[in-house]
Design a protein around this ligand. Structure first.
Ligand SMILES: *Cc1c(COP(=O)(O)O)cnc(C)c1O
Length: 355
């Protein structure tokens, strides 16, 4: 196996030039589960290394995998390492594992080991506004076996990647394409689990959207192809008639940590928020009669992603004059300020693991 390329903090990259997900820190956490050896083994922090997998490793064939994504931020004090609602990511990881027949690691141990790894790599946390250390916990089925059944061995690992500001040149609205040709998930499926199969299912639609000049796909409900689900890496919000509306969680969309935070925080800031079914017809009508004020997505990577245009059945609709709306901007500014300890945190969401 070849050596893993390393980049040392500060020396090999410029914080201005950081992209997303290409640079990794020096260490990783690994913890093995083996039914034969009585379950979870002792966690280990090791140098970042390639995984050596037999070609029949089950995850490569049957997709038994779960992952998470969260960010660690530098805070105002030198020692601060701030995580945003890590308990929600860990709880979601457990739920996703249950759906995939994967034994989840103990939640307290997960938090403790993840914090230990991040503290060890603290010099890798970029400092510039908008940058962070992205944390990717993952679990994969590692039994060597052809034949469909749950694996009896797993590898849980965490890797860390310093990432750049999502909007280095300021808030840029995106164009989304509503698809009624493909579906992402249906009730009873994997839609609410954070697992790789959902992304595999989304690629072709995303490619077609890119070719047509759109950034993302907006998914509709698999059954009626009318009610709106999510954007595939983001949950979605609509501001109409001075009310913020987002699709309710009914088993097919990913329950985003950012989504939940937007709902609570927007209410705190005085905006009414409703979780309910929203149909694409309703949004088209609202766009046509002027009731639609803003559309924005929510997710850990971008936090808030304003939408300037959407296409549905070959018709293009412009939102908020093609610009970033005031609510999207306010939520982005306030949430990122909270995540980096530059604003009060009325919900106690920010956890400082640095000290
Ligand atoms: C991770 C993810 C999101 C966003 O969730 P956050 O917890 O806010 O980052 C939305 N949709 C899908 C499909 C996802 O995998």
């Amino acid at each position: 196996m070849g050596k893993v390329p390393r980049n040392r903090p500060g020396s090999q990259y410029d914080e201005d030039q950081l992209g997303f997900g290409d640079i990794f820190t020096e260490h990783m956490l690994q913890m093995v589960y083996s039914e034969e050896d009585g379950g979870w083994q002792t966690p280990e922090i090791t140098p970042l290394q390639n995984l050596v997998l037999h070609p029949a490793t089950m995850v490569l064939h049957y997709g038994q995998q779960v992952f998470e994504g969260l960010k660690a931020f530098a805070g105002p004090d030198e020692d601060d390492i701030l995580l945003f609602r890590p308990d929600m990511n860990i709880a979601r990881f457990t739920k996703s594992c249950d759906r995939l027949c994967i034994p989840a690691p103990d939640q307290g141990l997960f938090m403790e080991q993840m914090s230990k790894l991040i503290r060890l790599e603290r010099d890798w946390i970029p400092k510039q506004h908008g940058t962070s250390l992205y944390v990717r916990p993952t679990i994969i089925a590692t039994d060597t076996h052809l034949g469909v059944r749950p694996s009896r061995k797993y590898l849980f690992y965490i890797i860390l990647s310093p990432v750049g500001a999502y909007y280095p040149e300021g808030f840029e609205p995106v164009r989304i394409m509503v698809t009624d040709k493909y579906i992402r998930a249906c009730r009873g499926g994997l839609g609410e689990a954070k697992t790789m199969a959902n992304y595999a299912a989304s690629l072709l639609a995303a490619e077609e959207a890119h070719c047509a000049g759109f950034t993302q796909v907006l998914w509709l409900n698999a059954v009626d192809k009318l009610s709106i689900e999510e954007v595939g890496t983001m949950n979605i919000f609509f501001k109409m008639n001075n009310e913020i509306v987002t699709p309710a969680l009914e088993g097919t969309i990913l329950p985003g940590v950012t989504r939940d935070s937007v709902i609570h925080f927007a209410r705190e800031l005085g905006h009414p928020v409703v979780e309910r079914q929203v149909s694409i017809e309703e949004i088209v009508k609202a766009a046509e009669n002027g009731a639609l004020q803003e559309i924005f997505g929510s997710g850990t990577a971008a936090v808030i992603s304003p939408v300037s245009h959407f296409r549905y059945k070959d018709h293009d609709h412009m939102v908020a004059d093609g610009k970033t709306g005031p609510v999207a901007r306010q939520l982005f500014d306030e949430l990122t300020a909270m995540q980096t300890g530059r604003r009060s945190d009325p919900f106690g969401w920010v956890v400082n693991i640095g000290k």
